[in-house]
Design a protein around this ligand. Structure first.
Ligand SMILES: CCCCCCCCC/C=C/C(=O)SCCNC(=O)CCNC(=O)[C@H](O)C(C)(C)COP(=O)(O)OP(=O)(O)OC[C@H]1O[C@@H](n2cnc3c(N)ncnc32)[C@H](O)[C@@H]1OP(=O)(O)O
Ligand SMILES: NC(=O)C1=CN([C@@H]2O[C@H](COP(=O)(O)OP(=O)(O)OC[C@H]3O[C@@H](n4cnc5c(N)ncnc54)[C@H](OP(=O)(O)O)[C@@H]3O)[C@@H](O)[C@H]2O)C=CC1
Length: 306
């Protein structure tokens, strides 16, 4: 008899799914119809760079920023995805988005990206570090490669972006603004411990740099989204997705536009005195439930062994 606990969730690989999955999040038609509370020219004359701009929150932010008059640059690994955003903004707003295929884990590529944005637009006002992700799994089963992939993307990649942007702002004597999209890590993130560690790292990196870099007029803030329905939901099994929103007391999912509007606020002059903060946008999840993206172990169920 094996005396060790038997709970061992299967690895969920989205590419192996053999059933039809519903559309997740706001599609382009939905995005086109979203109203905004902001003034049309709120970001006129400003340049914004959004990592992971080809999908989800990044795409919504690119469209909103362009609607508000900003010059927009995006990056990501998948050129096809990036082009969907370029086309959407062109059709909807009429402006050209600068798209630069970049893996944020590659520090040299990140340095080149920051240079290209400056060359193209003559500067950069707001950097949005939105690129990131993870897979759901019990931490004890993480492969070394999987751990490294998540840390390298979410912590190292975000850092390369921040450092290269700031070096350039310091060199040019220009103010800077950084918005890091993290996650709601306040009570830990069971079955997403790798991303929890990386995002907690980014939050405290940001708080530290908000002080160190204030001398160059660079602000650094984070947004911690809870359950936001986007195409990124593909990373999770449908049975887990059916539960996600029940982890917050509103029992709702946020959407990419909610986050885009918060980013636009932080990019606006109204946020000029906000620095070193984490703005949590989770419907109250921090006070309520746990998502269990890979399935709740029996131990935690009401009649489970304790
Ligand atoms: C914030 C809320 C949190 C979870 C809490 C739930 C809240 C719900 C809200 C949703 C939150 C979201 O963030 S939704 C947004 C989600 N979007 C994303 O995650 C998109 C970006 N994700 C990724 O690119 C990938 O997941 C990531 C691992 C980070 C990067 O991968 P890479 O491209 O480097 O590499 P891959 O080749 O895919 O994988 C590298 C190794 O990682 C491991 N690996 C990869 N996928 C794996 C899997 N499904 N299960 C086990 N292990 C896996 C394997 O060891 C892989 O090696 P091999 O074995 O050799 O292959
Ligand atoms: N949706 C949610 O509920 C929550 C999401 N988050 C975080 O918010 C951010 C946006 O997620 P969301 O819009 O939902 O999901 P998506 O999966 O749609 O967005 C993630 C984006 O990151 C890009 N990306 C991933 N790895 C890299 C890399 N190494 N280099 C460059 N780009 C990369 C992807 O583009 P490409 O494939 O082209 O590289 C993709 O566009 C992510 O960091 C996510 O983890 C946090 C909490 C909750």
């Amino acid at each position: 008899m094996n005396a060790t606990p038997t709970h061992k969730p299967k690895i969920f690989r989205p590419e192996d799914v053999d059933y039809e999955r519903p559309k997740r999040g706001l599609d382009e038609d939905d995005l086109r119809k979203q109203p905004t509370i902001y003034r049309d020219d709120m970001l006129a004359g400003k340049t914004i760079l959004i990592t992971g701009g080809g999908s989800g929150m990044g795409k919504a932010t690119a469209l909103l920023a362009a609607r508000l008059g900003a010059q927009v640059a995006i990056c990501g690994r998948d050129e096809e995805k990036l082009q969907t955003t370029v086309k959407l903004v062109k059709e909807e707003v009429g402006s050209d988005v600068l798209s630069v295929g970049t893996n944020i884990r590659d520090a040299d590529a990140v340095e080149a990206l920051i240079g290209k944005v400056h060359d193209h637009f003559g500067g950069l006002d707001t950097l949005v570090n939105n690129a990131g992700g993870q897979f759901p799994q019990d931490a004890i089963d993480f492969s070394r490669k999987g751990w490294l992939a998540v840390i390298d993307t979410n912590l190292n990649g975000t850092w390369w972006m921040m450092q290269e942007a700031a070096k350039r702002w310091r060199e040019d004597g220009k103010p800077g603004n950084i918005v890091n999209i993290v996650a709601n890590v306040e009570r830990g993130m069971p079955q997403a411990a790798h991303t929890c560690a990386a995002r907690a790292g980014v939050i405290y990196l940001s708080k530290t740099l908000a002080t160190e870099w204030a001398q160059w007029n660079i602000r650094v803030n984070c947004i911690g989204p809870g359950v936001i329905e986007t195409e990124g939901f593909r990373m999770y099994p449908e049975e887990a997705l059916a539960r996600f929103h029940k982890a917050n007391p509103m029992k709702q999912r946020g959407n990419a536009w909610d986050v885009a509007e918060m980013i636009a606020y932080l990019a606006s002059p109204a946020a000029r005195f906000i620095n070193g903060d984490l703005i949590v946008m989770d419907g109250g999840q921090a006070q309520w439930g746990v998502v269990w993206p890979a399935g709740m172990p029996d131990y935690f169920s009401e009649d489970g062994a304790a």
